[in-house]
Design a protein around this ligand. Structure first.
Ligand code: BDR
Ligand code: CA
Length: 312
């Protein structure tokens, strides 16, 4: 049976590829809805971009909800320097015509988790954790009904990308991340340690383009735009496909290796705000709360992506 998921996202070119991968594989994952959050760009743009991607996938019936427009207790930090002004710079894609749902994303999360059987819905956050934490704060009864959370965020060996010690999604809303990491819901975490190994080389991008469809061409153009930041900053081969690691894990978990460890979030120190303090080496007695990934079969990951994107 297909795993039932809600994708919580701030598209973002890499979010877009993650969404496309999920929508390409209905026999494996059923996308109950997509909830947009402010992150890479402000909420109006992430809610727009999510719908552009559903239409590109040929799935305009996917319900898209707009959620929180700012972190729980801080001003929003955005990442136009990575993703461009629209968040989805690169390909020229039409404005969406499918509607945004009337309901707030947080209400959708709460209603769905209450109405579906307990333990039957997995949450897949690809951006700051504001929507998820707000739902947990407002409706604590839903927490134990979540099957699991598979998220992109944090770093241990790679430390940080937005500050020297913090990864963007966690840094933008550390209080929200803290709520999620303390929630007791089983967590599967894709940190930079993994996503910086999922690099789009020229050959891998040529393979996307060679699919020969609008989806293949759009993905190739998105990663071409998005790669300039990481090439300049890290001297890396190409764009890291951060968020698709989440949806790839749902389809083929054997592509990833990690450790079940304690991970806590720094919410106070100005120097290390948003750091994921991961007890990778087991030097504390703090209880494990997350499966924190460290390794990826990158060739297998790109083979899966190319094969599945070709289905759209
Ligand atoms: C994360 O931040 C965003 O820029 C990407 O979409 C990804 O979710 C990587 O740090
Ligand atoms: Ca994202």
């Amino acid at each position: 049976m297909a795993r039932r998921i809600i994708i919580d996202t701030d598209p973002g070119q890499d979010d877009a590829v993650a969404i496309l991968l999920a929508l390409s594989s209905p026999q494996d994952v059923e996308v109950l809805g997509i909830t947009a959050v402010a992150g890479n760009v402000p909420l109006a743009l992430t809610a727009r971009n999510a719908r552009i991607i559903c239409e590109l996938a040929g799935k305009p019936e996917t319900p898209v909800f707009a959620g929180c427009d700012a972190p729980l207790g801080r001003p929003l930090v955005t990442a136009e320097h990575v993703h461009g002004k629209t968040g989805l710079d690169g390909p020229v894609l039409p404005e969406p015509t499918m509607p945004l749902q009337d309901r707030h994303a947080v209400d959708f999360l709460i209603d769905t988790l209450r109405s579906e059987p307990g333990g039957s819905v997995t949450l897949c956050p690809l951006g700051p954790l504001t929507n998820i934490a707000t739902a947990f704060l407002r409706a604590p009864d839903i927490v134990s009904r979540v099957e699991g959370i598979v998220l992109m965020g944090g770093a241990y060996f790679e430390v940080g990308n937005i500050t020297p010690t913090a990864e963007f999604n966690i840094y933008v809303d550390p209080e929200a991340a803290d709520i999620v990491f303390r929630s007791g819901v089983p967590l599967t975490v894709m940190p930079l340690d993994v996503t910086h190994k999922a690099l789009v080389t020229k050959e891998r991008n040529d393979a996307f383009r060679a699919i020969g469809t609008p989806v293949g061409e759009a993905v190739a153009q998105m990663t071409e735009f998005f790669e300039r930041f990481d090439k300049e900053k890290y001297g890396s081969l190409g764009a890291p496909l951060h968020d698709p690691c989440v949806t790839a894990w749902l389809l083929k978990p054997e592509l990833f290796t990690g450790r079940h460890i304690n991970v806590e979030i720094e919410t106070k120190s100005p120097l290390t705000l948003g750091m994921t303090v991961a007890d990778w080496w087991g030097v504390t007695s703090r209880p494990a709360n997350a499966t924190f990934m460290g390794g990826i079969d990158a060739d297998g990951f790109f083979a899966l992506l190319t094969e599945r994107l070709a289905r759209l």
